[in-house]
Design a protein around this ligand. Structure first.
Ligand code: MG
Length: 423
C-alpha cells in the first residue's frame, strides 16, 4: 500500500476533474449511524468518533474531501446524540457549516443533508460515508467526470469472488453469475437538483428502505453509471478495521519524518497514606498512596520527561513547576498530552513509548493493558506503539523496601528535517 501523508496542510493533490468541473460541488457526509459492531466495549464512542491516526474517523474523512480542489462545501449529517462529540472532535479542526441531525434511516439522513444545502444549492453533490476515510482524489475525479454525461455516478468494484445464494440452513441454492455484479461504495455523485427531487419524491411515496443514493435515483428513473472504485476505500465496520486504519495512518504520517530522536525519563514517588495509587493513568487499589504535588503518577511523569528529552525541550519540572499551585492534585495526563503537543507543534510525531515500573507492589501485570490503552488515548497513538513493563529490584534499595515506586521511560520521536535555527 503506498505511503500517504494526511495532514490538512498538504498541497492539494493533482486532480483531473478540478479543472473541468463546470459547476460547484458539495459533499454530504453521512454519520448518523450508531455503529455498534465496532464497539470494543459497551460505552465506546460510535465508530465515526473513534480516533485513527490521532483524530476522529469522521474528521479524517471530511479532511480528505475538503482537500479535493473541486469540493467547495461539506455538509455533515450526525446523530442527535453526537452533538458534543462533533463539537469537541471535529468542529475545532475543520472549517465547516453546522451539522444537521440525521433521521431514522440512512435515506432520511441523506435527504436532511441535501435539504440543508438547498439555500445555496451546489450544481453537483457527492454523498459519502463518514466511515470511509481512505477515499482518494482519483476516485472522486472518476465520479465527477462521469457526471458530465450521467445524472448519477457511483464508485463500485466488480465482484471477483464467486457468489452463492443460500437457504436458512446455509445450504447453497444457487450460484449467481458474477460477470455483471458490482459492490457499491461511496462517494456517489449526482446532479444536485435531480437527487434532491428524487429523495423528496421517494419520501412522499412512503419508501424509507433504500440503502444507498443510487437506489433512490434508480427508483426515480435517473441514469446512474458505475465508475471504478478503490479496494482501499473501505468502510470501517469492525473493531479490527479501526485498528488497521489507525496503524496505517500513524505509520504513513511518521514516514515523512526522517529525524529520529530518542529521549529518556526517570521518576520516583514515595509511598504515603492512601488507598490507591495512580500509575500509567489508571487508579489501582493499594494499601497506600503515592506522595506528590500532582496525582503522583510516576509512569506518566517518566513518559513526559522522555518525550521532552527527545525534543530537547526542558523537563517536566520546567514546564509544570511543583511550586505552581495550579498543578496541585492534577491528572498527570495533562503533562503528557502537553509534551505530545510540543512535538506536534514542531511538525513531528511520537513513534513509540516504552515504560518500565520498578516496584514490589502493586502488581502491574493485571493492569498493563488498561495502562497501554489509557496512555495511547492520551497521546493519540495506536496501542501497539505503547509498551508497559514492570520489574522488581529483588527487595534491594528503596523500591525493594517498598518505600516508593520508580519508573523509567523511553520515547522515540520523529521530526521533520527542516528545523528552524536553534533546534
Ligand atoms: Mg513525578
Amino acid at each position: 500500500m503506498p505511503a500517504e501523508r494526511l495532514s490538512d496542510s498538504d498541497a492539494p493533490p493533482e486532480s483531473a476533474a478540478a479543472g473541468i468541473m463546470p459547476g460547484r460541488v458539495a459533499a454530504v457526509v453521512v454519520a448518523g449511524g450508531r455503529g455498534t459492531r465496532a464497539a470494543a466495549s459497551a460505552g465506546d464512542a460510535p465508530k465515526q468518533y473513534r480516533t485513527i491516526g490521532g483524530r476522529a474517523v469522521i474528521a479524517e474523512t471530511i479532511a480528505r474531501l475538503l482537500r479535493h480542489p473541486a469540493i467547495v462545501r461539506v455538509q455533515p449529517v450526525i446523530h442527535a446524540d453526537d452533538d458534543a462529540a462533533f463539537e469537541a472532535m471535529v468542529a475545532p479542526h475543520l472549517r465547516l457549516g453546522r451539522p444537521v441531525h440525521g433521521g431514522a434511516t440512512r435515506q432520511d439522513s441523506v435527504r436532511f443533508g441535501l435539504e440543508a444545502l438547498a439555500g445555496d444549492p451546489p450544481d453537483f453533490v457527492l454523498v459519502h460515508d463518514a466511515v470511509r476515510p481512505f477515499v482518494s482524489v482519483a476516485v472522486i475525479d472518476r465520479v465527477l467526470a462521469a457526471l458530465a454525461t450521467s445524472d448519477g455516478a457511483i464508485a463500485a468494484l466488480p465482484v471477483t469472488d464467486t457468489v452463492k445464494r443460500a437457504d436458512g440452513a446455509r445450504n447453497i441454492t444457487e450460484t449467481i453469475p458474477r460477470e455483471r455484479l458490482w459492490t457499491a461504495q461511496t462517494p456517489q455523485g449526482f446532479r444536485y437538483p435531480a437527487l434532491l427531487a428524487a429523495h423528496r419524491k421517494v419520501a412522499e411515496a412512503g419508501r424509507t428502505d433504500l440503502t444507498d443514493d443510487a437506489a433512490v435515483a434508480e427508483w426515480a428513473g435517473l441514469t446512474v453509471t458505475l465508475v471504478e472504485g478503490d479496494a482501499a476505500n473501505v468502510k470501517l465496520t469492525t473493531a479490527a478495521d479501526l485498528t488497521r486504519a489507525d496503524a496505517r495512518l500513524t505509520a504513513a504520517a511518521l514516514a515523512d519524518l526522517p529525524d529520529v530522536r530518542v529521549g529518556q525519563g526517570y521518576d520516583v514517588h514515595a509511598f504515603g497514606p492512601g488507598t490507591a495509587v495512580i500509575l500509567g493513568g489508571i487508579s489501582i487499589p493499594h494499601d497506600g498512596g503515592l506522595d506528590g504535588h500532582s496525582d503522583a503518577d510516576v509512569g506518566l511523569h517518566a513518559l513526559t520527561d522522555a518525550i521532552l528529552g527527545a525534543i530537547a525541550d526542558g523537563d517536566i519540572g520546567a514546564h509544570f513547576p511543583p511550586s505552581d499551585p495550579q498543578w496541585k492534585g492534577v491528572d498527570s495526563a495533562v503533562f503528557l498530552a502537553a509534551a505530545v503537543e510540543r512535538v506536534r507543534a514542531r511538525g513531528g510525531g511520537v513513534a513509540h513509548l516504552d515504560l518500565t515500573f520498578v516496584c514490589e507492589a502493586p502488581k502491574i501485570g493485571p493492569h498493563r493493558e488498561a495502562m497501554r490503552a489509557r496512555i495511547a488515548a492520551i497521546c493519540g497513538l495506536p496501542v501497539d506503539r505503547v509498551a508497559v513493563k514492570a520489574t522488581t529490584s529483588e527487595r534491594l534499595g528503596f523500591t525493594g523496601r517498598r518505600e516508593g515506586i520508580a519508573a523509567l521511560a523511553t520515547a522515540t520521536v520523529r521530526l521533520p528535517l527542516d528545523r528552524p535555527e536553534g533546534a
